[in-house]
Design a protein around this ligand. Structure first.
Ligand code: CDP
Ligand code: MG
Length: 741
């Protein structure tokens, strides 16, 4: 060894495996030779043994067989659209091929691949780091909101959420460090991916060295091809089509409508476990609680079955998958099914119970059975009452087909749809509605404004949003003083856009020093940005409620969140504190991390962290600061029985059962509107009507109010205020500034 051997493909030891590759002109032969080298071309280390094993598996992916075709198309075009079945190797392989071609590490550049979901970004980055035999967080990294696993200067392949890249573009509109940007899962049509596509289409015309790859799992990519035809209207972007090798999937429907889909889903999973041949099961449900609950019930019943008949029924593991699950637990979906109990006993089975994360963004090998109730949780915005809520809604036909496809990855499979065939054919929409058509656009509009988009109405959207939604967004941002009356970004708006927060939350944080409580508001914002900290397991609800009552501040749930965080910090030495108080330790840790990051953004803008010693005064200041951000989310008590009406929009709502207020105050501010059995408001704090008039005079301009009890109540407050002012007893507005630390 050690000399040039002309008879093998492998490059000689000591020579760079990438030798001979011209940037962006890589051929499949060159790439395969580099991949097969004993030395890792990206860190010059000898490969670990598992590298070759993984490489052999990668070679079986459909993308690998078409490498030459892809590289040619990539070499010859600035923009390429890729379609291929889920599991064909788009997300894991295409970015690697792009790296071999771009050689970003030799130029200090980065190849980015966006994902709509945090879970997918983290999990795929880890997988790809393994496949490339490099360290996660070094050569291959990921960026999601509030978490950066990259090393500047070293990271050359970065998986990131679409929203994170959009935010990067706000501060670097040329995205100079990126050589190629890959928009993955474009078929999901998330708001951020749609906006990025529009932004990158424009950027590609300014930056001829930037390449763009748009990947989709559904086969109707014409829309993207046509949209991305920057070479001229008659020249759609070229399509790279991966020929998947999927197996047939037999689809079954129910004969009757199912009154309870969770019940039906559990029954179906157990039926499969009892009666069908080996193979893992994927069940689609809609949200965390439902999934955890179903896992427990399936496990319980399956253990029972196996105990009764150990000869024919094998062991079963049930693994949940949803976005707020800690990363190590998310990785469990890739664990193999449990072994059979005895050498000749029935084989074990794995059941994954997932939200639609498993529909296209994560591929789980070994799935043979899919159970599909036909529902998913979607964000729905009603511009009339200005509320966004999570609703469990029927999926589209395209989604149903994707779900069924998950059963045919490794061999022929079966999909059990828990609805009738007639409903599939007549009730389901063809495609999932793009998010831009059904969401609150306030944050998007602020981001577009920061990206320099002047004319929001005529912006080149993939699908233009409803004018009413745009108007609502502009109006909200104008009330928050982020946009002026002409729709231009104000300095405050520019600052707000820099916080990775909802605009109302950003506003509240930025103004909080004026109330001497930015230290506390920062904590509250952090707590509102992480998953719920309350741990309320079904068999310990009473104990959990008692523990919660001890931490509750009756003036408002926001204050309770503050109290929980502060107690968590002062009890950090006690490792069991969270557990004993029925609190989620991970969510609290995350809040601590989020808090630290937001604090850094505050420092950049010289927004001081201040507080007040007097607790009563402090609590009042916090509630005032809340009003400055959330004045459009106020409800007024009307009628008997503690019912509330939202201000201006007149939506009837009730306090959510989780609310900790000890009475039902006349005026409240709320963080969330949710629709379950009826409309509820959640995370609620009492406020005073004077504050509404004082801190949001434009919004509470009573001449714009509909007649009604709310208006009358506010009018009488206004009258009292005017009288006081004439008397000279008014206290005026925010003044005290003390106790900085
Ligand atoms: O993006 P696409 O759905 O086309 O496929 P992919 O995510 O690149 O996955 C290709 C294959 O990689 C899957 O079929 C899995 O076998 C494997 N994979 C894995 O084993 N573990 C992961 N975390 C991700 C992918
Ligand atoms: Mg993928």
């Amino acid at each position: 060894m050690g000399f040039d051997n002309p008879y093998t493909n492998a490059p000689p030891i000591g020579r760079n495996p990438l030798h001979g590759i011209l940037p962006r002109k890589a051929t499949a032969e060159q790439v395969i030779r580099a991949m097969e080298s004993d030395v890792n071309p990206f860190n010059k280390q000898p490969h670990k043994p598992q590298y070759k094993r993984l490489l052999e598996r990668r070679k079986e992916l459909p993308v690998f067989g078409q490498m030459s075709e892809f590289l040619k198309m990539f070499t010859q075009n600035q923009i390429v659209v890729v379609v291929g079945e889920t599991g064909s190797g788009k997300t894991t392989q295409i970015p690697q091929l792009v790296c071999y071609s771009d050689l970003p590490h030799t130029k200090g550049q980065i190849v980015a691949c966006t994902q709509p979901r945090r879970v997918a970004a983290m999990s795929v980055a880890e997988r790809v780091a393994n496949e490339m035999d490099v360290s996660l967080g070094k050569e291959v990294g990921y960026s999601i909101r509030f978490e950066d696993m990259n090393e500047p200067g070293a990271t050359f392949l970065k998986y990131m959420t679409d929203h994170t890249l959009l935010r990067e573009a706000m501060n670097d509109p040329d995205l100079k460090q990126y050589s190629t940007i890959i928009l993955d899962e474009a078929h999901e049509r998330t708001l951020a991916t749609d906006l990025l596509m529009a932004f990158l289409k424009d950027l590609a015309q300014r930056r001829s060295d930037l390449k763009l790859v748009v990947m989709s799992a559904t086969l109707d990519a014409h829309k993207f091809q046509k949209y991305l035809s920057i070479a001229g209207p008659s020249k759609p972007a070229p399509l790279f089509k991966i020929h998947g090798r999927t197996h047939p999937v037999e689809v079954f429907y129910t004969q009757e409508p199912e009154p309870d889909y969770i019940e039906a889903a559990i029954r179906t999973v157990l039926m499969i476990h009892r009666a069908e041949g080996p193979g893992d099961i994927l069940l689609f449900l809609t949200g965390e609680e439902e999934i955890e609950d179903a896992c427990r019930r399936i496990k319980f019943e399956a253990d029972d079955l196996a105990n009764q008949d150990p000869q024919s029924i094998g062991p079963l593991v049930c693994i949940p998958l949803y976005s707020s699950l800690p990363p190590q637990q998310q990785q469990r979906i890739f664990d193999p099914a449990p072994p059979s109990r005895a050498p000749s006993g029935p084989p074990g089975r794995k059941v994954v119970v997932s939200t639609n994360i498993a529909e296209t963004s994560l591929t789980i090998d070994g799935i043979v059975y899919v159970v599909d109730p036909g529902l998913s949780q979607v964000k729905v915005y009603n511009p009339r009452i200005r509320f966004e809520s999570l609703l469990v809604s029927p999926i589209s036909k395209a989604s149903a087909q994707q779900r069924a496809g998950r059963a045919g990855r490794t061999r022929p499979g079966k999909c059990f749809r828990l609805y009738m065939q007639k409903d599939f054919e007549t009730e389901l929409e063809e495609q999932t509605h793009p998010e831009i058509l059904r969401t609150n656009l306030a944050n998007a509009v602020l981001e577009l404004a920061k990206l320099g988009v002047k004319d929001l109405i005529h912006f080149d959207y993939v699908d233009a949003p409803a004018p009413e939604s745009l108007m609502r967004a502009l109006e909200l941002l104008n009330y928050l003083a982020a946009l002026d009356d002409e729709g231009n970004l104000t300095p405050l708006g520019a600052m707000m856009a820099d916080f990775p927060l909802d605009s109302q939350m950003a506003k509240m944080l930025i103004v909080s020093p004026e109330f001497n409580c930015s230290d506390e508001i920062l904590t509250i914002v952090a707590m509102l940005s992480v998953p719920s900290v309350w741990r309320r397991l079904p068999n310990q609800q009473k104990e959990a409620d008692v523990a919660k009552a001890l931490l509750t501040i009756p003036d408002g749930d926001h204050l309770t969140l503050l109290n929980v965080y502060n107690s968590y910090i002062s009890n950090k030495h006690d490792r069991n504190w969270c557990w004993n108080n029925y609190l989620g330790a991970r969510a609290l840790q995350e809040a601590e991390n989020v808090r630290a990051q937001l604090q850094r953004t505050m420092e950049r803008y010289d927004i001081e962290l201040v507080t007040t010693q007097d607790e009563r005064k402090l609590w009042q200041s916090i509630r005032k600061a809340l009003v400055c951000g959330f004045f459009m989310q106020v409800a007024h008590k009307e009628g008997e029985k503690g019912g509330y009406l939202t201000v201006k929009d007149n939506q009837v709502v009730s306090l959510h059962p989780s609310c900790g207020l000890d009475s039902s105050p006349e005026w409240v501010i709320f963080n969330e509107f949710i629709l379950t059995t009826k409309p509820y408001i959640r995370t609620v704090t009492e406020v005073r009507p004077e504050w509404l008039l004082e801190f949001a005079p434009n919004y509470f301009d009573l001449s714009t109010f509909p007649a009604g009890e709310t208006k009358r109540a506010l009018q009488s407050v206004l009258k009292k205020r005017t009288l006081k002012a004439v008397d000279g007893t008014g206290t005026g507005s925010v003044s005290t500034r003390s106790n900085k630390h």
